[in-house]
Design a protein around this ligand. Structure first.
Ligand SMILES: Cc1cc2nc3c(=O)[nH]c(=O)nc-3n(C[C@H](O)[C@H](O)[C@H](O)COP(=O)(O)OP(=O)(O)OC[C@H]3O[C@@H](n4cnc5c(N)ncnc54)[C@H](O)[C@@H]3O)c2cc1C
Length: 499
């Protein structure tokens, strides 16, 4: 088996990278450890209701926006039906103490108007914040396709932090918390994330907000069709365990767990940096680089409830709810009590077609992996009896929080399934089960697409940003490094819709 390129990891980043390379006429092998591609976003069905696991909604999917162009470029658009979120309230911020609701509308103009209405004394802060977000978001490579120089990417390690930026604008705690609430979408607290990284993610949602009919499963199936059409050889259920080097020390292939060798001229790895270190021969990276990757800090993990309900939930039709017990971010610190942590609630099934008769929701509450660590045998990986108790306790506490903040949702629950950091770890093959892999935070140097090993390039949420947009963009950045950014940007521009 000999290919031009191998891609390690069949998540969104890996599928994107493999398709871009195959579109250029290169022969490509994509290797995924799980039995099926994209285990992170594939979702599952319980009691006849589909639950999304790693994709609920995205920014940047409006006509001509970056994710839309990526989908068009990869041939995914025709088979994919967008589901627009509510224009007047794609996300709702619900604070319990003080009681306060803010509904985020779609589009900068509407957002500005809504903020003006609710915070009439803060017009200057609102203008400054929104203009800065927009300007930053449009300065990002592959968002702005006219950039003559594409630096390594998206992630900014320099300040100011989001918190510092907001503290300079206003003293209004509620306003600052609402500006910061989309921290949930990348898992880094306002005092750690750079304002730029916050704007790169939040900015995409401020322009447009869409889901996909059929959710992450449908997206994966469409990717699979295109991978097959493009002739990508997909290895499913195959873990990459080693890397082969040529006599002159360049990359020349992969070893799979069953002993198969897959030869190739080059490789894009999209897996967690710690897992990369397990497969790269010891001599390849300098000790300082190995330490840097080993020391990367993770985003929080979560406890997730998947609830089947007795009837439709009005507030979750085309809209999500962010519950904040107080207008602050103690959630990102390990020891906050469950009742003190924010929670994100989104519809299951109901926002997708073909599920009209079934209703439910997904509730995500940040949780540290440390809480489940003592409950699993480090060798056999068997969960102890106390693990079941912890799940019951977490479920009860989260339901209690939902009852307090959204009684109209809680009263409809008829069945609950609970996932913990261990569940996330095992389904996504990510070492810590964190929501978004490693953090993109001030002072943390995440890996870049180019490595010291000739022929080895990196993509994935660790390199660029999490989310469907971040993962896809990481594929374009890695492939652009190989094929030329100018070429890829030009080809993307040709995908712009007319008008
Ligand atoms: C609960 C949750 C909700 C989310 N909600 C949203 C949302 O609403 N919108 C949004 O945009 N984003 C969301 N995200 C984030 C988004 O799902 C991720 O950022 C994105 O899917 C990451 O893609 P990736 O390809 O970079 O990584 P991964 O999906 O982790 O892909 C890496 C792949 O590599 C495989 N692998 C690992 N080691 C090996 C090996 N040695 N050999 C072979 N294969 C290997 C893994 O099995 C995995 O499939 C959510 C994430 C979670 C967890």
């Amino acid at each position: 088996m000999n290919y031009d390129y191998t891609v390690i990891g069949g998540g969104v980043s890996g599928m994107t990278s493999a398709l871009i390379l195959a579109k250029q006429g290169l022969s490509v092998a994509l290797v995924e450890q799980s039995g099926q591609l994209a285990p992170t976003i594939r979702g599952f069905t319980k009691k006849g209701l589909f639950f999304d696991t790693g994709f609920h909604y995205t920014g940047g999917l409006g006509a001509g926006e970056p994710v839309d162009l990526f989908f068009r470029y990869l041939g995914l658009s025709d088979a994919l039906e967008k589901v627009a979120f509510r224009e007047d309230a794609f996300d709702s911020f619900r604070c319990l103490e003080p009681p306060f609701v803010f509904r985020f509308p779609c589009g900068y103009d509407r957002i500005r108007e809504r903020f003006y209405e609710v915070f009439p004394d803060e017009c200057e802060a609102i203008d400054t914040y929104l203009s800065a977000v927009r300007e930053q978001y449009h300065s990002v490579p592959y968002v702005n396709l006219d950039m003559s120089e594409v630096s390594a990417g998206f992630s900014t390690v320099h300040g100011p932090t989001l918190q510092e930026f907001l503290d300079r604008l206003t003293n209004n705690r509620l306003l600052k918390c609402i500006f910061s609430m989309h921290c949930f979408l990348y898992g880094v607290a306002p005092d750690e994330v750079s304002f730029a990284n916050h704007a790169n993610v939040a900015g995409s949602y401020y322009e447009s907000v869409n889901g996909i009919s059929g959710g992450g499963l449908k997206l994966t199936e469409i990717f699979e069709e295109q991978l097959e059409k493009a002739g990508v050889h997909v290895f499913r259920g195959q873990e990459v365990t080693g890397m082969l080097l040529s006599n002159d020390g360049a990359f020349c292939g992969l070893t799979l767990k069953d002993g198969t060798n897959v030869s190739a001229e080059g490789c894009i790895s999209t897996i967690h940096p710690h897992r990369l270190l397990e497969i790269v021969p010891d001599s390849v990276f300098r000790p300082a680089y190995v330490s840097r990757l080993n020391e990367l800090e993770e985003t929080a993990s979560a406890c997730i409830l998947y609830a089947v309900c007795s009837g439709p939930i009005e507030d979750l039709v085309g809209s999500n709810i962010f519950i904040f017990p107080e207008p602050d971010f103690t959630c990102f610190y390990k020891n906050a009590a469950v009742e003190k942590r924010p929670m994100y609630i989104t519809a299951a099934g109901g926002k997708h077609d073909g599920e009209k008769a079934k209703h439910g929701f997904i509730a995500i509450c940040p949780m540290s992996k440390e809480q489940t660590k003592p409950l699993v045998d480090p060798v056999s990986q068997e969960r102890s009896a106390n693990y079941k108790l912890l799940k019951e306790e977490m479920s009860e506490k989260m339901v209690r929080s939902i009852k307090a903040s959204c009684p109209e949702i809680a009263e409809k629950i008829i069945d609950i399934t609970c996932a913990t950091p261990l569940t996330l770890r095992d389904y996504t093959n990510s070492p810590f089960g964190s929501l978004y892999g490693v953090k993109h935070k001030i002072g943390q140097y995440n890996p870049m697409p180019v490595t010291r090993l000739k022929g080895l390039f990196l993509a994935g949420q660790a390199t660029t940003a999490p989310g469907i947009m971040g993962a896809m963009m990481s594929g374009f950045l890695a492939c652009g490094t190989i094929l030329g950014h100018e070429k890829l940007q030009k080809e993307l521009k040709q995908c712009r819709p007319e008008g």
